[in-house]
Design a protein around this ligand. Structure first.
Ligand code: FE2
Length: 376
């Protein structure tokens, strides 16, 4: 736990830059060397925050500022395949539309089905690919660990299949196209049999534990100090790592270090989180419902109404409040940078009102009844 060091005022134009609306999502169908392999044509990749692992130097990126993690997305027609490759850092998929089947292993020996509302954290150092098993193009957000993910390694047979289509991977991970039918000179060589042995493997049960489905979630009524108050009916459910939850019994299903945390927030109509700040980078995925996001307080207040499906980057240190401005329940996934807990600093009015309602934050940073804390 670290104390909040300073408050940061965000300019209105900076808030606008950080609200990434579905209308500004730019699909790249040339991002990887496997895009011409039969069965993989039509897969679309998105880079929203940070460069991700795209192998296309021309990829459009909505927000390039380092967050300690990258945010991207994927969509593809039914039956289209994203081929086996390996990541060095965390790769977490948030399925917001449709269904996908993930294949794990060099030749896809294991599989995991991922449906709408599921979050799947693929272990590092294993080959993974997926195909769309849903009725339409579907959509998954992807969060990658680190500002520099170190790139990816393709399964050897995919490098060979891509070469058949004239595409190779340069040593700087950029795509090189064969000219006059001959292979370029300086390209990445496939892993050798000896190197393939050092790739990790996981049991089916271990892989299943990396999948956090809606029915697995542990929703806490009092996961935030503000949630003891009327008009702040916000429930928190941890998914990955430690995060903003102030419920002392909360533990995410996936706890290995990712470099970021992930938690679902469920906000009742008319309710909001209440103003708070913290020192970590934060990205909010506004998955369901109608939201109003407010940044800064007082005369600096900036409020925006991002469309459903938007993602929002909230700078470290800034005051923020997320409100359900609609008439149905709102659902957001909140990702914070770092592996440590994200310690919240609550607006003075929230602290005072919670105190009047009999609640405060204990010495360990969790919501507790004031009468148990020896506070007057
Ligand atoms: Fe990947």
């Amino acid at each position: 736990m670290t104390a909040i060091e300073s408050s940061y005022t965000v300019l209105p134009e900076d808030v606008d830059r950080r609200v990434i609306e579905p209308g500004s999502f730019v699909a790249d169908t040339e991002a990887f060397i496997d895009v011409r392999i039969p069965g993989s044509v039509g897969k679309a990749s998105y880079s929203f925050i940070g460069p991700g692992v795209s192998q296309n130097d021309d990829q459009s990126i909505n927000l390039t500022e380092p967050h300690g993690f990258n945010v991207g997305g994927a969509a593809m027609p039914h039956g289209v395949v994203n081929n086996p490759h390996l990541h060095y850092t965390a790769e977490v998929f948030i399925c917001t539309k449709g269904s996908y089947r993930f294949f794990i292993g060099e030749h896809g020996e294991q599989h995991i089905d991922v449906n709408e509302g599921d979050v799947f954290s693929v272990p590092t150092w294993v080959f993974r690919g997926f195909s769309n098993t849903g009725p339409d193009d579907g959509f998954m957000f992807a969060v990658l660990g680190g500002d520099d993910t170190g790139g990816i390694i393709w399964a050897p047979h995919i490098l060979a299949a891509a070469a058949e289509t004239g595409l190779y991977l340069g040593k700087d991970y950029s795509i090189i196209e064969a000219t006059n039918g001959s292979a370029p000179a300086d390209v990445i060589a496939p892993l050798t049999a000896a190197e393939l042995i050092s790739v990790d493997s996981y049991s089916d049960a271990e892989l299943q534990n990396q999948l956090v489905r809606p029915r697995d979630l542990d929703w806490a009524d009092h996961g935030l100090l503000s949630s003891v108050l009327e008009n702040h009916d916000v429930k928190v459910a941890p998914v990955i790592g430690r995060g903003i939850s102030e419920h002392r019994r909360h533990l995410a299903q996936v706890m290995n270090a990712h470099g970021f945390s992930a938690e679902w927030l469920k906000i009742a109509p008319g309710s909001s989180t209440g103003f708070h700040q913290h020192d970590d980078t934060q990205v909010m995925f506004l998955v369901e419902g109608d939201f109003e996001l407010s940044i800064n307080r007082g005369s600096d207040l900036v409020s925006r109404r991002p469309s459903t499906g938007s993602i929002v980057s909230v700078p470290a240190g800034s005051w923020r409040d997320l409100r359900n401005a609609g008439s149905t329940e709102a659902l957001a996934l909140v990702v914070c940078g770092g592996d440590a807990r994200t310690v919240l600093n609550w607006d003075e009015d929230i602290v005072a009102a919670a105190g009047s309602a009999g609640y405060a934050i204990d010495a360990n940073g969790y919501v507790a009844p004031t009468q148990m804390l020896g506070l007057k």
